[in-house]
Design a protein around this ligand. Structure first.
Ligand code: HEM
Length: 300
């Protein structure tokens, strides 16, 4: 699977929306800050956690998929894109989802699922079920979404980095870890009744109302891998009992609609001391985001 295959299938599934993101088209942009507070000395040696001062951040919340008009009640992932500006000019980005797993162990498996959805849409009954039967890794996100209603607001849900990243500077021990963002407001899912009754658009309005009462915050957490944890498969979660280390606090201050227009939340833009793993889905994302970024900047 190539990055462009994804752009094509996203556009086939969601229609042409010139100038919009080809994934996570619907969303809301905010500004805020990240205040590092990593307690462990080895973490303080990584650029992102070296200071305890608040670093400027841009944060975009989004609905998965390429449809800018999708209903906010949809049983689909919510997304968060975070861009943090370090004092020395480096930038660190995070782009995660409200599901702990991705629908595919690698790009081929995910692309197959998208193509099966398209085939089903075009009349091939049962195409998705057949595909999922043969590719259990591609079924895991859907299974999780069935068991967890979508969030009542963008700031009342956990977000997951999903991929493994490698933490440690040159000369230090390298440790595989995954990040999570935990809402300080607590998790609050929609009830079934709310899912049936709410209008298509309420997440942006709720976020603006929430921010009138002060910043909404998330704790950034790190889970470190233990022997035998799957390091390169984003469709698999690590056991729930892994300890989490607090890395800092992300503060969402205000909605600034245009502040993300020229940003590309490529998850491989990382500061010194944190590196991408060889997860093939993580690797492919940069190229797909670049194509989408180029298209939307040029109004295509
Ligand atoms: C093969 C796998 C994937 C492909 C092809 C893909 C593709 C895309 C594309 C084309 C965009 C729009 C980029 C832009 O115009 O700026 C996007 C946005 C996004 N993706 Fe992915 N993605 C993949 C996997 C993932 C994964 C694993 C995550 C989370 C861990 C994720 C989270 C996001 C988020 C949060 C955004 C919105 C960023 C923003 O607000 O601008 N994606 N994706």
């Amino acid at each position: 699977a190539q990055a462009n295959d994804f752009i094509q299938v996203f556009e086939a599934l969601s229609g042409q929306h010139p100038g919009e993101r080809k994934g996570h088209a619907k969303g809301v942009c905010t500004i805020g800050s990240f205040r590092p507070s990593a307690g462990e000395p080895w973490l303080k040696e990584l650029s992102l956690f070296a200071t305890e001062q608040a670093l400027p951040a841009q944060v975009r919340f989004s609905m998965a998929g390429g449809d800018p008009f999708v209903a906010d009640t949809s049983r689909s992932p919510r997304g968060i894109g975070v861009r943090i500006e370090l004092p020395d000019g480096q930038v660190h980005q995070l782009a995660g989802l409200s599901t702990p797993v991705f629908p595919g162990k690698d790009p081929d498996s995910f692309l197959g699922l998208l193509r099966a959805s398209l085939a089903q849409r075009e009349g091939e009954t049962g195409a998705v079920a057949r595909y999922l039967q043969q590719h259990p890794d591609a079924a895991r996100q859907g299974q999780w979404l069935k068991q967890h209603n979508p969030p009542a607001s963008y700031t009342s849900v956990n977000y997951f980095g999903i991929h493994s990243f490698i933490f440690g500077n040159q000369g230090q021990q390298k440790r595989f870890g995954r990040w999570e963002l935990w809402p300080v407001d607590g998790e609050q899912p929609l009830t079934d009744a709310e899912m049936a009754q709410l209008p298509d658009d309420f997440l942006q309005e709720r976020l603006m109302q929430r921010l009138k009462t002060g910043p909404a915050q998330f704790e950034l957490k790190l889970i470190l891998a233990e022997e035998g944890d799957p390091l390169l498969d984003p469709s698999l979660q690590w056991p729930d009992n892994r300890p989490r280390v607090t890395l800092g606090r992300l503060s969402i201050d205000s909605v600034v609609a245009s502040a993300c227009d020229r940003l590309n939340f490529d998850p491989n833009v990382l500061s010194k001391g944190i590196a991408a793993s060889d997860d093939p889905v993580l690797r492919l994302r940069s190229a797909a985001y670049a194509i989408s970024f180029g298209k939307r900047l040029s109004g295509r």
